[in-house]
Design a protein around this ligand. Structure first.
Ligand SMILES: NC(=O)c1ccc[n+]([C@@H]2O[C@H](COP(=O)([O-])OP(=O)(O)OC[C@H]3O[C@@H](n4cnc5c(N)ncnc54)[C@H](OP(=O)(O)O)[C@@H]3O)[C@@H](O)[C@H]2O)c1
Length: 299
């Protein structure tokens, strides 16, 4: 059984993942910006280049999920810096500490996002070897992945999951989609034709687990289900599951842009993303259909 350090382990994905890893018998530790007396939580301060040494020296794997919430606030210049630094500077700090303390680290596994491919609506399917786009989200992902790749220079197995929209009944995107539908004011966004590559929380956590158990998994993988659905389809399936009627026209793009600023492109654009590479490792998705997943989790 392995000793695993999860940065951002207190978050939506992290807390689910920690529970799964513990249930498989692993020793799980969280690296957090909050000082706590919990025996399984270590402290770090990214701005001060500080990490509790004990967090690093006995760890077999680091799973790096920490990062300020991408869709939590408008993307002002200051907010953009927080979004980048919380991912890139944090990765660099982990790299520097691993280099300095030289633990017997067997793997560094990091989140990234399908935002790497850019906020573009098209019929193209994006694969792991596609080049990044040049908008803000692509830049964050590119810088984050570049920093992560430094672990290769220490001969440490490195895995990156370019994650789609994580669907979970506990929060995140689904909560925001469900709220207006329950209130009877749900509607598709913009043209509604943008794809929404998604992944069920359970499948994503199982993917991280498989990255620990299967040493053949190395490099970059898209973490999305094989199903390609548009925003209109997503909205309709969610309403159907909740037994609610959609009667409003699509919410115009300009309204979302006024309300959210540049961040609105995350909601208004999207293409298909391939899951072939992770499937070739033998990984099996439990949920290939949003309808089945929502029926199971919401009803
Ligand atoms: N959820 C999705 O749909 C999705 C999709 C694609 C990619 N991802 C990526 O997956 C990772 C985890 O996502 P999540 O949904 O679990 O996020 P989350 O619930 O917001 O949790 C992220 C964690 O990161 C830490 N954090 C927050 N702000 C930070 C900052 N300024 N500096 C350093 N650490 C900070 C927090 O831990 P402490 O307070 O304990 O320090 C927090 O619990 C993120 O990097 C996210 O970008 C998520």
């Amino acid at each position: 059984m392995a000793s695993i350090l999860v940065t951002g382990g207190s978050g939506l994905i992290g807390s689910n993942l920690c529970n799964l890893l513990k249930s498989k018998g692993h020793s799980v530790f969280v690296l957090s910006r909050s000082k706590t007396k919990k025996s399984n939580t270590f402290y770090w301060n990214i701005d001060k280049n500080y990490i509790d040494k004990e967090a690093i020296i006995n760890t077999d794997y680091i799973i790096h999920l920490a990062g300020a919430g991408i869709a939590d606030k408008r993307w002002t210049t200051a907010r953009k810096k927080v979004l980048v630094d919380s991912r890139v500077k944090s990765t660099n700090l982990l790299f520097q500490k691993v280099k300095e303390l030289n633990p017997n680290l067997k793997g560094f596994i990091s989140a990234s996002g399908i935002g790497y491919y850019g906020a573009i609506t098209s019929e193209k399917t994006y694969f792991e070897n596609d080049t990044p786009h040049n908008d803000f989200l692509s830049k964050i992902c590119m810088l984050w992945e570049k920093e992560t790749a430094k672990f290769n220079s220490l001969k440490i197995r490195t895995v990156i999951f370019r994650t789609g929209i994580v669907i979970s009944k506990e929060g995140g995107a689904l909560e925001k989609i469900i709220k207006p539908i329950k209130l009877g004011i749900g509607a598709a966004l913009g043209t509604g034709k943008q794809y929404m590559p998604w992944i069920a929380m359970e499948d994503l956590c199982n993917m991280y687990l498989s990255a620990i158990e299967n040493i053949e998994i190395k490099g970059i993988y898209n973490a999305v289900t094989p199903e390609n659905i548009t925003n209109t389809m997503f909205t309709k399936i969610t309403a159907k599951t909740l037994k609610k009627t959609l009667w409003l026209p699509n919410i115009p793009a300009f309204i979302l842009k006024i309300l959210l600023g540049e961040l609105a492109i995350m909601l208004l654009e999207g293409s298909k993303v391939s899951s072939e590479k992770i499937k070739k490792t033998g990984f099996k998705f439990k949920y290939n259909s949003l309808e089945n997943y929502l029926n199971k989790t919401l009803n």
